[in-house]
Design a protein. Structure first.
Length: 194
């Protein structure tokens, strides 16, 4: 019986894709320090990111794009990213343990939601680390592509600095136009032309 842990990163930010990862760990994986990615330093996440990919029996990182988030909504896009991560596993899992209170529809295996699972199940902790590091790296790349917003620092979250940059520069192609602060800036700028 192969069990994978599944977690997401990036539901709350105003910019960038939402990421999900699925990880199958063997009983003797030997990875020390697995925890909810939010409880770890960036350096520790980076070290574990490499170790998880080396030692896991299977892993897959997937995402849903800004366009998909705006078209579907963030919840459905998150479920889509999770579905893609589980479906991309080699070998395939027999059971997916999902962090949170929802199981994505249509998974290719059985699924079970576990609230605070990223702190309870090592395979979910591993998935949370892969998803978080992958998303952070995307935001670092977006920072170079769209300078001035501070994506490398706040990772797209609605910090005061990000909101100030959004007000000054307007929305970039990396921003989620259906999220209220971004939508408000777009509408304010459109109004300025009338």
């Amino acid at each position: 019986m192969l069990v994978c842990g599944v977690d997401e990163a990036g539901r709350g930010p105003l910019a960038g894709s939402v990421f999900a990862a699925a990880v199958i760990l063997g009983p003797d994986h030997g990875i020390v320090g697995l925890a909810d990615s939010k409880q770890l330093t960036a350096a520790k996440r980076d070290r574990l990111f490499d170790e998880i990919r080396e030692r896991a029996l299977g892993w897959c990182v997937a995402s849903a794009s800004v366009a998909e988030i705006d078209q579907l909504n963030i919840l459905k896009a998150t479920m889509l990213a999770m579905h893609r991560a589980v479906s991309g596993l080699q070998p395939a899992a027999n059971l997916a343990l999902i962090d949170g209170n929802r199981v994505p529809p249509g998974l290719p295996c059985d699924g079970r939601a576990i609230v605070r699972g990223d702190a309870l199940e090592p395979c979910i902790s591993a998935a949370s680390i892969l998803a978080k590091v992958s998303r952070d790296r995307e935001l670092m790349a977006l920072d170079a592509e769209f300078p001035g917003y501070g994506f490398a620092i706040h990772k797209g979250y609605p910090t005061p600095a990000h909101l100030a940059a959004l007000a000054e520069l307007g929305a970039s192609k990396a921003h989620r136009t259906t999220f209220a602060p971004v939508r408000a800036q777009i509408q304010a700028r459109q109004g300025a032309f009338w």
